[in-house]
Structures are given as C-alpha cells and as structure tokens.
Design a protein around this ligand. Structure first.
Ligand code: FES
Length: 106
C-alpha cells in the first residue's frame, strides 16, 4: 500500500453543529483532495469521517494528523484553505486551530 502523508478526520455528528454540516464537508473534502492531486503521491491524504470527536461544540470539527492539529468552525471556505495551505503546502491555518495534540516545533 502506498503510504499516506496525512490523515484527516471530519466529524459528521449532530452535536457540534445543529444540522450535521460535517457531512457536506466530508464530501467536499474528497473533491478538494482530487483537485489538488492529494489522493496519490508523496502528499497523499487519507480522509475519514467520525460520528463524534468528543468536542461537541463549535463545529464542524476537522483534525489533521500526524500534526495533531484540530480545526473548529470549519466552513467550506476554510476547508479549502486547510486543503491548499495545510495539506498541500504544509502550513497550518493557524487562526482556525483550537487544539493541538503535539507541541509546535521551533
Ligand atoms: S458531534 Fe462533532 S465532536 Fe461530537
């Protein structure tokens, strides 16, 4: 199996948003990964949906690993920035990060 560079988890549950906005984001993520050529090659991204990520407020919630960076309030526009700036170019969208599982380097 070709290795993945990153794994993106999208909460599609009904507690962090009233109308499960994460479900639409999860579909959009597939389109954006294809558009940015992130389905294959050295920057390959795995996407997964989760019924709940334990936050249950301020969603939709999106988490990116291995960085352990969690984004809140992810709109379609913000998701596009996450895909282009973080997943493709390697720079976090820092103003939308609300939690980190690992310390930032530097
Ligand atoms: S329902 Fe989205 S974090 Fe719990």
């Amino acid at each position: 199996m070709e290795p993945y560079a990153r794994h993106v988890l999208v909460c599609t549950g009904g507690f962090c948003t009233e109308d499960r906005q994460g479900r639409g984001l999860y579909s959009l993520l597939a389109q954006l990964l294809q558009r940015e050529e992130l389905l294959f090659g050295p920057n390959r991204v795995k996407r997964s949906e989760a019924p709940c990520l334990g936050v249950c407020a301020g969603g939709p919630i999106v988490a990116v690993y291995p960085e352990g960076v969690w984004y809140a309030g992810v709109t379609p526009q913000l998701l596009e920035r996450i895909v282009v700036e973080h997943l493709r170019d390697g720079h976090e969208v820092s103003e939308a990060v609300f939690h980190r599982l690992t310390k930032a380097e530097g």
